[in-house]
Write a protein that binds this ligand. Sequence first.
Ligand code: SAM
Length: 237
Amino acid sequence: MKIDILTLFPEMFQGVLGSSILKRAQEKEVVKINLINFRDFSTSKHKTVDDYPYGGGNGMVLKPEPIFAAVESITDHEKARIIMLTPQGKTFNQRIAEELKEEKHLIFLCGHYEGFDERIREHLVTDELSIGDYVLTGGELATMVVMDSVVRLLPGVLGNEGSVETDSFSTGLLEYPQYTRPEVFREWKVPEILLSGHHQKIEEWRRKESFKRTLERRPDLIDINKLDEKDRALIKE
Ligand code: SAM
């Protein structure tokens, strides 16, 4: 996968691109990530990228010219998903991450100030994503969130491929509780069933715990009418 990130603050990405899973994914060449400062595409003397809003009001608006020029400088941008990060976009979730992981090329547009000139949204972007109902200073943190959750799904990125399949939301449910050594910490014991070595019983326990947890915390994720007999019996237990 190729990812291009248009930002006025490329230095903000240093930590996240230089550490852990995103670093490893680039080293393994599963993903190639380019940072593009769209200020470099401003043709004005002072490299201006924003201007006052027509009609008045607070703050500054990102101008269309440098952003269009930066995107159009990217090879094969016509075939890419061009994603604007905006609090007005569709709320990002695991289903959208699964969909984006199938793409070969993603371009992220990080806004700042009051946001983008509307013509960028109308005539350049293919998708608008929000990471939640709150307002950030810029699109950089939102891009990191979306990119991280997409890249970890790419084959070969995580050491243990299985972990993606059982993660919260991948199964439609929240993940079951996890334990590791020691068997007893202070006086708190790991549930007996997990030490039994009985794989089928462990699977059943995990599925039941996933349902329990999801019903307690996120009942909106479960449509009881769509459950099969086995799962219905599990949640009645
Ligand atoms: N005036 C804009 C509005 O009310 O929709 C908000 C602009 S915000 C201060 C600046 C930039 O931060 C946005 O252009 C966007 O790129 C990013 N941003 C802020 N909140 C976001 C969110 N919840 N999800 C994604 N991006 C966000």
